[in-house]
Design a protein around this ligand. Structure first.
Ligand code: MN3
Length: 253
């Protein structure tokens, strides 16, 4: 094969691989993240730190109680960050990478770092997103663009909530339920175990999370005990649809 045909062969192979989804990271979806990283949680990098809450820890009452917020944000989330930073101290060559890139390349990381990024990096990212998509402002609504997409996909927002709660209830043990935009820019509901998320190149269903709901017991046990369904029904009162609409707009533009 001469150089020209080799080049063509490579180009064709890449196109073929791409069209069958063999290239597991669709470039367009990750380019969007890279373009958005300056002021976004997708661009978080070492040394990681606790993002400031935009509301007080008692302001999500009665749906999420103050004590849960204090422990969940101040202790659980901080612990993920501390462990993540400790892991990165041993891998200086990876310290400059943004968290979205680490998730997309998770299988290339050294084993110890991979574990830390999956569990503690996931923990840090997922909770950072979670605080952002909650609000003391009750019963916000998606903007027109997102609402249209929700109706097209799920028939109504009520149906979305119903499907989402079903998925969140079916998570066995600890994990998260997500509304994501996939590479075809379609909405779907999915779930992950532990602190995994749909950005990680680990799960079958990948995409950009518009929001996620934490269904670890630490997220609801003090107030709701074993009643995950009640926690899930109540949390819709304080979901920040304005922020979620922003997240959607950032992705599709
Ligand atoms: Mn949690």
């Amino acid at each position: 094969m001469d150089n020209n045909s080799r080049r063509n062969f490579l180009k064709t192979s890449l196109l073929v691989a791409g069209s069958f989804g063999i290239l597991s990271l669709k470039p367009e979806i990750f380019n969007v993240y890279e373009a958005k990283t300056s002021n976004s949680i997708l661009g978080m990098k070492y040394p990681f730190s606790l993002p400031k809450l935009k509301y007080n820890s008692d302001s999500l009452e009665p749906f999420i109680d103050t004590k849960t917020m204090e422990i969940h944000y101040g202790k659980h989330h901080q612990a993920y960050i501390d462990k993540l930073n400790a892991a990165f101290e041993k891998f200086p060559e990876w310290q400059s990478k943004e968290i979205n890139e680490l998730f997309s390349k998770i299988n290339l990381l050294p084993a110890d770092l991979k574990n830390a990024v999956q569990n503690n990096g996931g923990g840090h990212f997922n909770h950072s997103l979670f605080w952002e998509i909650l609000t003391p402002e009750k019963n916000t609504n998606p903007d027109e663009i997102l609402m249209k997409k929700i109706v097209d996909t799920f028939t109504s927002i009520e149906k979305l909530k119903e499907n989402f709660n079903k998925t969140a209830l079916s998570v066995f043990g600890s994990g998260w339920a997500w509304l994501i935009v996939d590479e075809k820019k379609e909405l779907s509901i999915t779930s992950t175990s532990n602190q995994d998320n749909p950005l990680m190149n680990l799960n079958v269903i990948k995409g950009y999370p518009l929001f996620g709901i934490d269904v670890w017991e630490h997220a609801y046990y003090l107030k709701y005990q074993n009643k995950r369904a009640e926690y899930l029904n109540n949390i819709w009162n304080i979901i920040n649809w304005k922020q979620i609409s922003e997240n959607y707009k950032n992705y599709i533009k």
